[in-house]
Ligand binder design. Structure first.
Ligand code: PNS
Length: 159
């Protein structure tokens, strides 16, 4: 049976840290669905459609990656597409508490779907969509932090 994983997130916007996790995940699982979901504690800069388009462009060379979005619970989405795994990246200890809470809740909702964590590549451990937006907002360079299409979209957004 094919192994299917969901790589969920806000992806507002996708960074090279996200892309690293997606690529490495795609080399382990047969199929990875990158799903844009709503994080109720965040106020997004890019629309869901814009975020999906940027992820599509950034992942176009990875054959077993599909980009999607879902309005609702992550666990419902995973059930709908038949995924047995949720894939998340961990950057530092500071991510741990939040991830532990989400993982425990998802397991409570459906104990048949496992969450897998991958340590972010060291070179991206300080990266987040928020810090990248802050730099771009004040006209700093985000080259080497985000895919080229995202850099272009951020310059356009903040001009
Ligand atoms: O990139 P983020 O913001 O850390 O991703 C968080 C996300 C979107 C995966 C999380 O907020 C989520 O799963 N949202 C969908 C609603 C849900 O299922 N919430 C309960 C589990 S946290």
């Amino acid at each position: 049976m094919a192994s299917v994983a969901v790589c969920p997130g806000s992806f507002d916007p996708i960074t090279l840290g996200h892309l690293d996790i997606i690529k490495r995940g795609a080399s382990v699982f047969d199929k990875v669905y990158v799903c844009v979901l709503n994080n109720s504690s965040k106020n997004p800069l890019f629309s869901v459609e814009e975020r999906m388009e940027l992820i599509r462009e950034a992942t176009k060379d990875i054959a077993n990656v599909e980009v999607d979005s879902f309005q609702g619970l992550l666990i419902e989405y995973a059930q709908e597409i038949g995924a047995k795994a949720i894939l998340r990246g961990l950057r530092a200890v500071s991510d741990f508490e939040y991830e532990m809470q989400g993982t425990a809740m998802n397991r409570k909702l459906n104990e048949d779907i496992e969450t897998f964590f991958m340590m972010t590549n060291n070179q991206y451990s300080y990266l987040s969509s928020s810090i990248v937006k802050e730099v771009a907002k004040y006209k700093g360079s985000v080259r080497d932090l985000v895919p080229a299409c995202v850099e272009k979209a951020m310059v356009a957004k903040y001009n």
